[in-house]
Write a protein that binds this ligand. Structure first.
Ligand code: BES
Ligand code: MG
Ligand code: ZN
Length: 476
């Protein structure tokens, strides 16, 4: 838990010697050079200095003007670990103090990093975080000493990011569609202007949502559309529409994934989790906007009920799809969700996020989200949000001539074409079939950017981007 305080003197808890003060500073502007240098600087990418047993100086940079804020934020995620390491038995709190010399963007990058780095997922460790367990009976408490007004905002998105990460990190036999729904309802308890509904299989049948129903039909847990409405602007203002892929486990279905490719597929609801985290941040900050999120949730499993390669299914807008591969399932439930959100809510802007294609990593690597857009203004706004949050995106084309690649001989389209290497573009072109051409729409492929394959934990990336975009866009 992070608490903001504007002044150390104001806080009694920090008075009695039980706090480690961590001063974040620029080397050249202070006299810390005179301080004793620690021998062990291996745990940190920052040089550390101690003044007394209760004060730790961290040298953020030798020259702040040369610093890259993305780099700093990423490094800043280790600050909590560093502080914890220097806490001894008697120390129950640590307080980060940012020197006045830090400019607003550097300060922001560091504090954002602390917020992101404070997250740990040790729910399933029978022995909790070893550093804390060894020396402390109770959890350490993080304080940030600042007068910055952005603290409410940071708290809001940090809670959103935590939710997103928790959902993705949770094992798949727990995080099934009903669990994601229940957790979402709990997250939004006491949040104003929110209405949550869910459409279960009988209603999806009435709607003719053959995509999501096919994908989820082998699962004992019901597939559903979770609909989150946030209304805090004029009722005449069309909402921002959001859709997030919520495949709570992707075995590939009968087109079964090889085991090394299946491991990790609990993350296949990353789009859903990111959208929910982003909407939470917006709602918590009570921003003046109308937002609607449609989250299609289903499990892609195998049983005697599973949908089959060679099946032909009918999507909610009547498009028939020849199933050539049951592992190309995300586009099926997204197609229905895109049709539903447009028919029901007529959003003025539509954004979907999905862990859609393995090919995404070959196109642009693991850190960057691939983004498609049929609207220049929308993409420009997203790019601005990407720069503001240091969450990288890169645009790929909705190249018209490739559309014929997904034609089917027996139905309207196939769900997976053979012999076409640009899988990320192919999937985006499939989705485009389900979006009205006049709607300003963007699709994010976050297959890799939402999950760190080195640490095997969720990144939470794109929650801040989404929050920043929704807060600052002025698309009418
Ligand atoms: N969930 C996967 C995409 C994925 C792969 C996400 C790796 C994260 C990491 C998706 O449902 C899938 O299986 N896509 C197939 C599509 C193919 C069958 C056309 C893929 O990318 O191989
Ligand atoms: Mg799949
Ligand atoms: Zn999938």
């Amino acid at each position: 838990m992070i608490t903001y305080i504007s002044n150390i003197a104001d806080n009694e808890l920090l008075q009695n010697n039980n706090t480690l003060f961590v001063v974040l500073t620029e080397f050249k502007n202070s006299n810390i050079a005179e301080l004793q240098t620690l021998k062990d600087t291996k745990i940190s990418e920052f040089p550390l200095f101690t003044a007394s047993k209760n004060t730790l100086y961290i040298n953020i940079a030798n020259d702040m003007s040369k610093i890259d804020t993305l780099d700093l934020r990423v490094k800043g995620e280790n600050l909590v670990t560093i502080a914890q390491k220097y806490c001894t038995k008697n120390i129950k709190n640590y307080a980060f103090i940012a020197d006045e010399i830090l400019s607003e963007n550097i300060f922001s990058a560091l504090i954002d990093g602390i917020h992101l780095g404070e997250y740990t997922y040790n729910h399933y460790k029978s022995k909790k975080n070893s550093i804390q367990k060894d020396t402390h009976d109770t959890a350490l408490h993080t304080y940030i000493v600042t007068t910055s007004k952005k603290k409410a905002e940071r708290d809001a998105w940090a809670r959103g990011v935590k939710f997103t990460k928790d959902m993705i990190n949770t094992p798949p036999s727990i995080a099934n569609p009903s669990y994601i729904e229940a957790q979402t309802r709990e997250l939004f308890t006491n949040i104003k202007n929110i209405k949550i509904t869910s459409l279960l299989e009988n209603e999806l049948q009435t709607l003719g949502a053959g995509g999501i129903l096919s994908v989820g039909q082998a699962s004992p847990d019901q597939s559903r559309f979770l609909v989150i409405e946030y209304n805090n602007s004029e009722s005449s203002k069309h909402p921002i529409g959001l859709v997030g892929k919520g495949v709570t486990y992707d075995t590939g279905g009968l087109s079964l994934k090889p085991s090394n490719a299946m491991t990790g597929m609990k993350k296949d609801m990353g789009g859903a989790a990111t959208i929910i985290g982003g909407v939470y941040a917006c709602a918590k900050m009570e921003i003046k906007e109308n937002i609607v999120a449609v989250i299609p949730l289903a499990e892609n499993l195998i049983s005697e009920k599973a949908y089959k390669p060679d099946d032909i299914i009918t999507m909610m807008n009547g498009t028939t799809v020849e199933i050539t591969n049951t592992d190309a399932e995300g586009r099926l439930l997204l197609g229905d969700a895109l049709v539903y959100i447009e028919q029901t809510f007529a959003p003025r802007v539509l954004i979907d996020m999905a862990t859609l294609t393995g090919a995404c990593a070959y196109a642009i690597g693991e850190d960057i989200s691939a983004v498609f857009s049929n609207n220049e203004e929308l993409y420009t706004h997203l790019e601005t949000a990407s720069h503001a949050t240091d969450e990288p995106i890169w645009r790929l084309p909705l190249y018209k001539k490739y559309k014929n690649k997904i034609q089917s001989k027996i139905a309207d389209i196939v769900n997976a074409a053979t012999g076409f290497k640009a899988g990320t573009i192919q999937a985006a072109l499939f989705l485009q079939h389900f979006v009205h051409e006049d709607t300003a729409w963007s699709h994010f492929d976050i297959a890799y950017s939402s999950f760190d394959s080195k640490t095997n934990f969720a990144t939470g990336q794109n929650v801040r981007l989404l929050y920043n975009f929704i807060q600052n866009n002025n698309i009418q």
